[in-house]
Design a protein around this ligand. Structure first.
Ligand code: GTP
Ligand code: MG
Length: 500
């Protein structure tokens, strides 16, 4: 065995500690230790509440050490029970009044002996507790090491660990809900299902190698092609969920576009409920793209205010307009604002042209006729007619006044409706893949199965067919964590926060 491997094994076994709650002010802070020294250390740093008076009367460190040893001769910690007491530092002085819980291996998060110390929150206290534990010989956990240990001891699989990380980083209700389902093992269940499906085909194909086809009737009837295609479809559906899970992570992009001075920045400020963008009556006020995140009805959105699109010689504005066009192309939803108090102008027409040239699906667009507070009914109807002529009867048009906050609630409803059309909430019961790693491996599984299918259709030998299935299975093993390697684990867990 190599020295490095032995060192890695050694590292696996030592007892680790970390602050598990966010650094900063808070009512409670939690420090955790995991490993077989946890209990021994607990008996060194924790003084049960009822002994405080006696302990305080002791003068020297030696006396205190002896006192602790004596009480723990007749006192043992019951697992999963909270104890009130005092956390002591290296010199056996009090740091804080704390609660501690002992989770006995293997019934803990990591599968090892694990202790949680719940102290008061704040920068000083948890740091001081951590420092004491380090001085007593524990090692600071690496990012994600608690979860890595949970995986290594079989407490959770890799897929669950990855979704845990995404779950902790979730920013909205909908993302939280979806990831919780993955965390509970639904993705693992689905992958195992696929594994079993492949194994079944493999069993039939092995039988084909062992027995000549005409001897066993069932083999003639077995639909290899159909079964294989079903699995490939399952994988393709899973792969599609990646795009959505990424979208939920980064937010659904809502771009606000229109010619200068129509009220784009005013609308952004209204939706954000704060004066984020500069608003003036001078056309060309916004020069750069502004992005702000909001959560609308549990759905994360990135609102993008853009520079008004027009012909300009101003070099800064020109760059801004190029960026506006880029946002327009990348947006999931487009709020296209027109000035309802003015006739359609050549700059509006220019934008119509861009929408068509870029082949933007019109279902993505909400046309907003702003400034209806100063617009004539006749002009509004005129614009509406023009828009319908240009883009069809089915388009979404809404009359609004940002100034008087008219129809803003209707706009929010419409945005929500559009988001639902992107097909996110309908997928609430679906299982999602959440990492680039999962996507890459599933693609490899799909490729191997497609090669198997090709073999099958070209009537090549069953051995080759079998080999491809074998390969697909080994990738699936990698995905769920059966065949794992240290470096791959490290790659995944280095994205975690320390203490998780
Ligand atoms: N009467 C009226 N004025 C509005 C309304 N919405 C915005 N405005 C005014 O229109 C002017 C332009 O608003 P902005 O929000 O800066 O417009 P913009 O589209 O961001 O303009 P650029 O950044 O130059 O492209 C400001 O004077 C706003 O107060 C509205 O609903 N009614
Ligand atoms: Mg603006």
């Amino acid at each position: 065995m190599s020295l490095e491997f032995l060192k890695a094994l050694e590292e696996e076994k030592d007892t680790i500690c970390a602050i598990s709650t966010p650094i900063g002010k808070g009512a409670i802070g939690i420090v955790r230790t995991s490993g077989n020294k946890s209990l021994e250390i607990l008996k060194r740093v924790f003084l049960p509440f009822k002994y405080k008076k006696e302990f305080e009367n002791l003068k020297t460190k030696e006396e205190k050490e002896k006192f602790l040893k004596d009480i723990y001769k007749n006192f043992s910690f019951e697992p999963r029970k909270m104890y009130l007491g005092y956390f002591l530092d290296e010199n056996l002085d009090f740091i804080d009044k704390v609660l501690c819980v002992y989770f006995k291996a293997p019934n803990s998060y990591t599968g090892e002996d694990l202790i949680e110390y719940h102290s008061h929150g704040g920068l000083y206290i948890t740091q001081k507790i951590l420092k004491t534990l380090l001085n007593l010989g524990l090692r600071l956990a690496k990012p994600g090491e608690f979860t890595k240990r949970a995986v290594l001891s079989g407490k959770m699989d890799l897929l669950q660990a990855e979704s845990l990380n995404a779950f902790i980083n979730a920013k909205s209700e909908i993302e939280g809900k979806l990831l919780f389902s993955t965390l509970e093992g639904n993705l693992s269940k689905k992958i195992k299902e696929i594994q079993e499906d492949i194994l079944k085909i493999k069993a039939y194909s092995n039988a084909l190698v062992d027995f000549p086809e005409d001897e066993i009737e069932i083999l003639n009837e077995y639909d290899f092609e159909g079964e294989l295609k079903k699995i490939i479809e399952k994988i393709e559906n899973l792969l599609k969920t990646y795009e959505i899970s990424q979208k939920l992570k980064t937010g659904i992009k809502v771009a606000i576009i229109g010619k200068p001075n129509v009220g784009k920045s005013s609308l952004l400020n209204t939706l954000l409920k704060k004066e984020r963008a500069i608003v003036t009556d001078i056309p060309g006020t916004t020069r750069d793209v502004l992005e702000e995140e909001i959560v609308l009805k549990g759905i994360p959105l990135v609102l993008i205010d853009t520079a008004g699109i027009r012909e300009t010689q101003d070099i800064v504005e020109k760059i801004g307009i190029e960026r506006s066009l880029k946002s327009l192309k990348e947006a999931d939803i487009i709020l296209f604002i027109l000035d309802a108090s003015k006739k359609i102008e050549k700059e509006d027409l220019k934008l119509f042209e861009i929408l068509k040239k870029e082949k933007i699906p019109i279902s993505k667009v909400i046309f907003l006729l702003n400034k209806i507070d100063i617009a004539s009914k006749e002009n509004v109807e005129n614009i509406k007619g023009n828009l319908k002529k240009e883009f069809g009867e089915q388009i979404n048009i809404l009359e609004i006044s940002v100034k008087e906050q008219k129809n803003i609630d209707k706009l929010l409803d419409l945005i929500e409706e559009k988001v639902l059309n992107i097909d996110i909430t309908s997928l609430e019961n679906e299982t999602f893949i959440v990492s680039e790693r999962q996507k890459e491996i599933l693609n490899k599984v799909k490729d191997a199965l497609n090669r198997a299918l090709k073999n099958l259709l070209e009537y090549s030998s069953p051995e080759f067919f079998d080999l491809e299935l074998e390969e697909a299975l080994s990738y699936l093993g990698e995905l769920i964590g059966k065949v794992t390697y240290e470096d791959m684990l490290d790659k995944i867990f280095s994205n975690f926060c320390i203490g998780k």
